[in-house]
Design a protein around this ligand. Structure first.
Ligand SMILES: Cc1cc2nc3c(=O)[nH]c(=O)nc-3n(C[C@H](O)[C@H](O)[C@H](O)COP(=O)(O)OP(=O)(O)OC[C@H]3O[C@@H](n4cnc5c(N)ncnc54)[C@H](O)[C@@H]3O)c2cc1C
Ligand SMILES: *[C@@H]1O[C@H](CO)[C@@H](O)[C@H](O)[C@H]1NC(C)=O
Length: 485
């Protein structure tokens, strides 16, 4: 995917850096903030490169829009702690846009009495006052808070130690330093270093002691390092969007219903705002993004309450005509058959509105890199792993990676070692990889348990959720996944 290495011949002599981070997503920005926030690593020369414009992200931080952005994730207590203690970005979040919740209800579409309810007491984490299961927060909001923290840290640092953020610049070429044969090593001895050389689309060239790939699923840095990433596509899509509830639900519950097509979650946001994540088959996802915005809230209500036989009938009508208003009557009379007290107690507050234009769909994948390090290279975040959003772990795993990588680099600096050496980086992969692997296994297992209609599994599921043993197993899996343990 990269042009020929001869590309370098036309460019200027590289600027030397200790750390170059590719990617200004939540993982890359967290790493930059955490490195500059640590007394041990703050003197390292760090540059972050992001292909997209970051001004809209900064604008969000200064003056957040009235409506919620549609990419919203659930932060684990561990991530919150990371933001408080390591990246130091927590105080830059607009707290009125962050929603803590302390209850989670998960139930089965085949039998609504088969349900799991757990609260913060199941999530045993020693976080003092923080007794919530998780906090809902927009991804762009997390990025904005990190940029603000980086700016604030820069103000306290001497100019030569300040973090540099280059946006609207794509990394177009990466080569191993000792492959720089186009630059004369005698006239420019720096280029005889074995440090990777990174060329940007704006013509800038950086040579770095450590190159960090925080560059997402298709990571160019991972390709450069020739690290294999294994996995599969789930043949499922995640459809997301933001919502208004009929009224403010003071119960602070995250709801999840396991449909045979995949789980549907309704997650709380401040006041009467909410968001949904609907994992579905490609056919269903196609319908979901097309359904008329006036029908969609009722479709969500139906999907949280009605039998799947009814749902399939409704999907069929909407497939034929996504603006078929008679669907509303179909849903209404079917819902009227559910006892009122069940509607009040067993299900989420009905949704009244879909925020216009807020729906989006993305393919679900499972990908795990064989390792997170190579000589002078480390991977963090989605570059290292992509998971099913079932337990909302994607971004949280990235925060954990960053925390562990910073720990390893701090140890390296303390011992006077070269932070790009495998000796230093090994500690990172040794701690991060096995944990992520276990957590990814849990998310994958949940997906397999709940989204298949192969007969034995369905039968087991229907019977099983009620049996205490199975109930405890699933509960344990979910608590582990959600708390990031
Ligand atoms: C549409 C969508 C919805 C999602 N919804 C959820 C959800 O509901 N819950 C959940 O837990 N997770 C969700 N995820 C996953 C979650 O957003 C990711 O886990 C998280 O964003 C990963 O952060 P990251 O920083 O590792 O990678 P990314 O956010 O992917 O950031 C990588 C960055 O690298 C930049 N980049 C890539 N290549 C180059 C290059 N060559 N040069 C310069 N820059 C480059 C990209 O522009 C990008 O900004 C969703 C993801 C998507 C795409
Ligand atoms: C959430 O909803 C309330 C009331 O409907 C509204 O005033 C508020 O601005 C919303 N919050 C955001 C961040 O959109």
């Amino acid at each position: 995917m990269f042009p020929l290495r001869r590309f370098l011949a036309t460019t200027a002599k590289p600027l030397l850096q200790d750390v170059v981070i590719v990617g200004g997503g939540p993982a890359g920005l967290s790493l930059l903030a955490a490195l500059k926030n640590s007394p041990t690593t703050k003197h390292l020369k760090c540059t972050l490169v992001e292909a997209l414009k970051l001004q809209p992200v900064r604008d969000f931080g200064e003056d957040p829009p009235e409506n919620f952005h549609n990419r919203i994730i659930s932060l684990t207590p561990k991530s919150v702690q990371f933001m408080q203690e390591k990246s130091g970005s927590w105080d830059y979040l607009h707290q009125d846009r962050v929603k803590f919740y302390d209850n989670m209800v998960a139930y089965d579409s085949q039998d609504s009495d088969a349900r799991i309810h757990f609260d913060a007491s199941n999530v045993i984490l020693d976080l003092g006052a923080l007794s919530q299961i998780a906090a809902m927060c927009e991804v762009v909001h997390i990025q904005a808070s990190l940029l603000q923290k980086i700016d604030a840290l820069n103000e306290e640092l001497p100019e030569e130690d300040q973090a540099v953020v280059i946006d609207e610049a794509k990394v177009v070429n990466i080569i191993a330093g000792n492959a720089c044969d186009t630059i004369d090593a005698k006239s420019n001895p720096q280029t005889s270093l074995d440090w990777p050389v990174v060329t940007l689309s704006n013509g800038q060239v950086l040579q770095t002691r450590l190159l960090v790939g925080a560059d997402g699923q298709n990571s160019p840095v991972r390709n450069y390092a020739e690290i294999e990433s294994r996995g599969w596509s789930y043949d499922r899509f995640g459809v997301v969007g933001t919502l208004k509830l009929q009224f403010n639900d003071f119960r602070d519950i995250a709801w999840q219903r396991f449909l045979t097509t995949g789980p549907l979650a309704i997650l709380p946001l401040p006041e009467d705002n909410a968001t949904f994540v609907w994992s579905s088959t490609p056919e269903l996802a196609e319908i979901l993004v097309k359904v008329d915005e006036k029908i969609f809230p009722q479709l969500l209500n139906a999907a949280m309450t009605l039998d799947e036989v009814d749902l399939n009938y409704i999907y069929k009508m909407l497939k034929a005509n996504p603006a078929d208003m008679t669907v509303l009557e179909e849903i209404e009379w079917r819902t009227s058959l559910i006892p009122e007290e069940d509607l009040d107690e067993k299900f989420p507050v009905p949704i009244s509105e879909l925020m216009p234009g807020s729906r989006a769909r993305f393919p679900l994948k499972f990908l795990h890199a064989d390792t997170y390090i190579a000589p002078r290279v480390a991977l963090v975040g989605d570059a290292a792993h992509t998971v099913h959003p079932l337990a909302g772990q994607g971004l949280n795993m990235g925060q954990t990676d960053v925390g562990l990588l910073v720990d390893a680099l701090e140890t390296g600096v303390d011992r006077g070692l070269d932070i790009g050496s495998t000796l230093v980086l090994e500690k990172y992969v040794a701690t991060a990889w096995p944990n992520n692997h276990a957590l990814m296994g849990v998310c994958d297992k949940l997906h397999k348990i709940f989204s298949t209609d192969a007969f034995p599994v369905v039968a087991l599921r229907g019977l099983g959720l009620k049996s205490l043993n199975y109930f405890d197993v699933v509960k344990d899996i979910m608590v582990k996944a959600i708390s990031g343990r």
